[in-house]
Design a protein around this ligand. Structure first.
Ligand SMILES: Nc1ncnc2c1ncn2[C@@H]1O[C@H](COP(=O)(O)OP(=O)(O)OP(=O)(O)O)[C@@H](O)[C@H]1O
Ligand SMILES: [Mg+2]
Length: 301
């Protein structure tokens, strides 16, 4: 608790329209159920629990963000959801059916640019469609529509190296959405972008999400980004990883950058900051060895 938090409302306080929206969300079907999930790496004395007892229901068209200290298992968790990693215990249900292995029903966008450099922007978006058996001319038309949706229709014939970082990520989003996934899984997708581009991408993502029937599971380290984008925010702690709190975002929709300084936004951000920096939330700080790199004398230590 610091002086500024005294003047802020309780982050759990919701205006009637926000409370009504959460009520409607809860009445929607559960798209993704994470059931008592655990992940251990290694065996014997080297065995390590990354997280355990993680359970969560995500409703159709909900926007969920996960935040938490580095190493608490966020990426591992969503890699299991994506089917890229196996759970040690528990299970993942998509539309009520257990998932095993990756599938087109889950789209992924990562921080690193994962486009095929030898394919044009349009061919990148067509890739999954053709893999799924769609004929080339239909895939071509579909890809063009998705590129229009992310505002890159004019760049259909360009190659990835001709695009900026933000544009590449928009192609990655178009490519993931073209397969019509039930859930879009995003692991720090804007983490490598400069602040201004990042802010624009957040706006684009909300616009796209409003037009498409897709549920989003989004990992970020950026508290503003989590407050700006999400319906609910999942806060994870480390050692072992677990869910500390699930917060219903009190900031009304539609969102705009002007809301960054509203009392609800600041109260939510303050709460996230308090939990993330609480003792025990993060991994014990590693003691780094002292390595002397200069001859400058004792003061360098
Ligand atoms: N293949 C693996 N083998 C062994 N340990 C692993 C493996 N993958 C991840 N881990 C460990 O699991 C823990 C969680 O990693 P993960 O990448 O899920 O964390 P994170 O919350 O996404 O962190 P960050 O915020 O830094 O991206 C880390 O301690 C990591 O070393
Ligand atoms: Mg990660």
């Amino acid at each position: 608790m610091n002086a500024s938090s005294l003047a802020l409302p309780d982050y759990r306080q919701q205006r009637p329209e926000v409370a009504a929206r959460f009520q409607r969300i809860k009445e929607r079907p559960v798209v993704l159920r994470i059931e008592d999930l655990a992940k251990h790496f290694g065996s014997g004395p080297a065995a390590r629990t990354v997280f355990d007892g993680v359970s969560l229901d995500i409703h159709r068209r909900e926007f969920i963000s996960i935040i938490g200290a580095s190493g608490c298992g966020k990426s591992t968790l969503i890699r299991i959801v994506a089917g890229l990693e196996e759970a040690s215990a528990g299970r993942i249900l998509l539309d009520g059916k257990p998932v095993s292995g990756p599938g087109p029903d889950r789209g992924m966008v990562f921080q690193g640019y994962t486009l095929f450099p030898w394919r044009t922007v349009k061919e990148n978006v067509m890739f999954g469609l053709e893999m799924g058996g769609m004929d080339r001319s239909t895939a071509d038309a579909e890809a063009r529509q998705w590129l229009e949706m992310v505002g890159l229709g004019k760049f259909a014939e360009s190659y990835p190296h001709e695009l900026s970082g933000g544009m590449k990520q928009r192609v990655a989003i178009a490519r993931a959405l073209a397969n019509n996934p039930r859930i879009l899984i995003m692991d720090e997708p804007f983490g490598a972008l400069d602040a201004l581009t990042r802010c624009k991408m957040q706006g684009y993502l909300l616009q796209i999400w409003r037009k498409v029937d897709v549920t989003i599971l989004f990992i970020t380290h950026d508290l503003d980004e989590a407050c700006f984008l999400s319906d609910r925010i999942i806060v994870m702690g480390a050692n072992p990883g677990r869910i500390i709190e699930v917060i219903e975002n009190p900031v009304p929709r539609p969102r705009s950058v002007e809301q960054f300084l509203t009392p609800e936004f600041l109260a939510l951000k303050q709460r996230l900051d308090d939990i993330i920096h609480a003792p025990g939330a993060a991994e014990a700080e590693e003691k780094l060895p002292v390595v002397k790199l200069t001859e400058a004398g004792d003061e360098v230590e």
